[in-house]
Design a protein around this ligand. Structure first.
Ligand SMILES: *[C@@H]1O[C@H](CO)[C@@H](O)[C@H](O)[C@H]1NC(C)=O
Ligand SMILES: *[C@@H]1O[C@H](CO)[C@@H](O)[C@H](O)[C@H]1NC(C)=O
Length: 292
């Protein structure tokens, strides 16, 4: 058994290593394009403490019922569908039980004032048909930028939808300048790969980097400059189905699971403004930003 003294030492060590980590990046995070971000949410779902500990630190789990006038079923978000799966985070849309709603999963950041940043996840897409898997910023239906995967697409393992909402023109047609339907040749999204977008004033750059079964590195990048959000937002991951034959299809007849190893969000927000950031960076001796 640990003595009280040993336990105290361990706790002190743990606290001081957290402080060192935080201090190391007191001057922010510099991304591969050279942009500096003041804050980060680094959710490592493969950590020893478990995926749900990483969720609980920075995210909330949705439990609301969303009525779906255009679908054949409603969406019922349930906490149980956000779970430890293998060595990572599982997000599940359950096999449909004909109850009128599909049990689905969603987490969103406690912070809802994220404005610009670089957002990445390492994930495997679900392969059971009839669900949507999303990684996106959101504040309302016209201030939203999405990465979405539709598991009913025959080529779902290399097909991704990048949308700065609204993705439709007023006449209802798809707006090809704000909604990009991208097939990444030779990619395999059922393997862990990095799905990312970089949100800057006037430009969202969506990208992917992963490997396929032949061990080739596959990359792709898509720039969208229309309908780039300008409002402080929250960040969301979800998986759902409403049985809409035009989009999610389904509902799924087996459990559909997205597996996420990490979500790394580097961003600016109004609650940690330039003055607070500069003071923290000065106090840390104006060290170099962390490269991310
Ligand atoms: C969405 O949010 C923006 C920015 O706050 C606001 O201007 C716009 O009216 C909102 N749109 C809707 C549909 O609520
Ligand atoms: C984010 O914050 C950094 C540090 O304050 C600043 O240099 C940068 O211009 C900000 N980025 C955007 C897109 O506002």
């Amino acid at each position: 058994m640990l003595s009280f003294t040993n336990l105290s030492v361990l706790v002190l060590l743990a606290i001081s290593s957290i402080q060192v980590l935080a201090q190391n990046c007191a001057c922010g995070y510099k991304d591969s394009v050279g942009h500096v971000w003041r804050e980060a949410i680094v959710s490592t779902f493969t950590q020893d403490a478990g995926a749900l500990a990483a969720v609980n630190a920075d995210w909330l789990i949705s439990t609301d019922l969303q009525g779906q006038p255009t679908g054949t079923a409603n969406i019922q978000y349930v906490a149980a569908n956000v779970f430890q799966h293998q060595d990572a985070l599982g997000l599940k849309a359950s096999a449909y039980d004909n109850s009128g709603s599909v049990k689905s999963a969603e987490i969103f950041t406690k912070k809802h004032d994220i404005l610009y940043g670089s957002f990445r996840m390492s994930a495997q897409v679900p392969s059971v048909p009839g669900v949507v898997f999303g990684f996106f910023t959101y504040i309302n239906d016209t201030q939203e930028q999405d990465i979405e995967f539709l598991s009913s697409d025959p080529d779902y393992h290399q097909h991704v939808y990048y949308t700065n909402q609204p993705g439709q023109l007023p006449n209802g047609d798809v707006d090809r300048n704000s909604a990009k339907n991208v097939v990444v040749q030779r990619a395999d999204f059922t393997r862990f790969g990095i799905h990312r977008f970089d949100w800057l004033p006037g430009a969202t750059t969506y990208s992917y980097e992963g490997t396929n079964e032949a061990d080739e590195t596959i990359t792709s990048s898509t720039l969208v400059t229309k309908n780039v959000p300008t409002a402080p937002s929250e960040f969301v991951l979800n998986i759902w189905s409403n049985g809409d034959p035009g989009f999610s299809k389904g509902p799924p007849n087996a459990d559909a699971i997205a597996t996420v190893k990490y979500a790394h969000l580097y961003f600016n927000s109004s609650s940690f403004d330039v003055a607070k950031f500069n003071a923290a960076c000065s106090a840390a001796g104006r060290i170099a930003p962390c490269n991310v």
